[in-house]
Write a protein that binds this ligand. Structure first.
Ligand code: ZN
Length: 499
């Protein structure tokens, strides 16, 4: 007899519905799984057999064929176990139910028949509901993630026995209340307040501009001047996510197995250690997992001690910086992972840290210093919008500093203007939109061109400066981009390294 159940698989950070077809027929007893199963899916044979037995059911002494469709989609993970086990019961007449036509089944089975959490529950539940399933049964631990999917009716379960009793109509599983508003622990409670940063007016201003328009910024300077503190303060300066963004971020974190439930409205702030591998930074691996670049999607990626990172890891970020997407080539396809983030860098200008600092001597050899500085390649420097060199603070210039709340309010207003005008941050403005509709008068263009020529800037650099100037105007509440906005933008432009 034939039976069908619906499950789902994760590809990249997206869920794809998978139909589990089971045929139980006369023939040599055995369980065969076809349809490009990955190794974890093959091991499902043993898990499903044991779980059936230990839940008090029979493994039919027949030929059992499980087909996972569509056949051309490589299926990874263990989330199909539950659907397979239930369909086997139906196909072998041990369970009578109409539910499999409207309920998707997602979950890994333990040998004793209990249900185990699977990564990517949000993506899986979305895929199931998009495929027309009204309800989805998930492992209890995945409940909060699943219930964050709009419009899904999610029933968490702890064991295969519970699921069977539900499908048979004997004992219904409770529906988890939908979680429309993502709540949960913010991932940056330890972010410092800007009020704790002493002095550094220029750097604070540059940070405000960068966060307001989502521009890439680097802080360079000797140890102990507050580079890291400033960069970390960005975590709480970023405006809240909107609903669609929050759902997307939650989905990515769910696929990475990081989210216990929907993440909050707070933008991600990721700060990987400099020993991180290229794969962990941009994503990849045999099962294509999102890397830090994707976990920072819609938020910020902070690379402290930037020049200690592997050069190839840094260069691998160029793709996502340009396109907002990580492309990972596999044998049979290219997987695209969303990775649109604001980049924050902080590094010492040389190995000893005191190069080009007023009144101090750098003790590094020329060659060593040049090699060190070259780790931030030309193309990477070219993708930065602002670079600030911080100097040690003398007590006489240290004054009362604005708090994060005050600065965040200004950023929020500037952000609102960008959304209203163009629906995306200034950093993402296409060149074609640096026009009159976006506040660039002919006179401004002329100024920009002249300055660019005087300073010997590339066209790419000029466009980056124009976008930063747009943000400065937004912070000021000005419709038009004026010459003084351009001048301030050019003040913090990355300059060629003088060695
Ligand atoms: Zn030095």
């Amino acid at each position: 007899m034939l039976a069908n159940a619906l499950s789902a698989s994760v590809v990249g950070v997206d869920g794809i519905p998978v139909r589990v077809e089971v045929d139980v027929s006369f023939g040599l007893p055995g369980l065969t799984i076809v349809g490009l199963p990955g190794s974890a899916v093959l091991e499902a044979r043993e898990r499903v057999r044991s779980a059936l037995r230990n839940s008090g059911f029979e493994v039919p002494a027949r030929r059992i064929t499980v087909n996972l469709a569509p056949a051309d989609l490589p299926k990874e993970g263990t989330g199909h176990d539950l659907a397979m086990a239930a369909a086997i019961l139906v196909a072998s007449n041990q369970l009578e139910t109409e539910e499999l036509g409207r309920t998707a089944l997602i979950g890994e089975l333990a040998l004793d028949g209990s249900l185990r959490r699977v990564p990517g529950a949000m993506a899986l539940v979305s895929a199931a509901t998009a495929a027309g399933m009204r309800e989805v049964i998930v492992p209890a631990e995945n409940g909060p993630e699943g219930a964050a999917v709009r419009g899904a009716i999610v029933r968490p379960a702890t064991s295969f026995g519970e699921v069977v009793r539900h499908l048979a109509g004997r004992e219904r599983l409770a529906v988890l209340a939908p979680r429309d508003h993502p709540t949960g622990a913010a991932n940056c409670d330890d972010a410092p307040d800007l009020a704790s940063v002493i002095g550094q007016r220029a750097a604070r201003r540059a940070l405000e501009i960068a966060v307001a328009g989502r521009h890439n910024i680097a802080f360079s300077g000797p140890p102990g001047v507050g580079k890291t503190l400033l960069a970390r303060a960005a975590a709480t300066l970023l405006p809240a996510l909107d609903e669609a963004e929050a759902a997307e971020v939650s989905r990515i974190h769910s696929v990475a197995g990081l989210a216990e439930g929907p993440i909050g409205w707070r933008r991600p702030f990721r700060a990987p250690h400099h020993t991180i591998s290229t794969q962990a930074l941009v994503g990849g691996g045999p099962h294509v997992r999102p890397g830090e670049a994707s976990l920072a999607h819609h938020g910020a990626l902070f690379l402290d001690e930037t020049l200690q990172f592997r050069a190839d890891a840094l260069d691998a970020l160029r793709g996502p910086i340009d396109s907002g997407t990580v492309h990972i080539a596999r044998v049979d396809r290219v997987v695209a992972l969303p990775a649109s983030f604001m980049l924050l860098l902080a590094y010492n200008p040389c190995p000893c840290g005191w190069w080009a600092v007023d009144g101090r001597e750098c003790s590094c050899e020329d060659g060593a210093r040049r090699r060190y500085q070259a780790r931030l390649s030309g193309p990477m420097r070219d993708r930065l919008d602002l670079i600030v060199h911080l100097e040690p603070v003398t007590m006489s210039v240290a004054a009362e500093a604005e708090s994060t709340a005050v600065v965040a309010a200004r950023i929020e207003r500037a952000w609102g203007r960008q959304v209203e005008r163009q629906g995306l941050p200034n950093a993402g403005l296409p060149v074609a939109q640096l026009d009159a509709r976006h506040g660039f008068a002919v006179a401004t263009d002329g100024v920009l061109e002249t300055r660019g020529r005087q300073m010997g800037l590339t066209l790419r650099r000029v466009h980056r400066a124009a976008r930063v100037a747009r943000t400065i105007a937004d912070l000021e509440g000005s419709e038009m981009v004026e010459a003084h906005h351009l001048d301030e933008a050019l003040l913090h432009r990355p300059k060629a390294l003088a060695a």
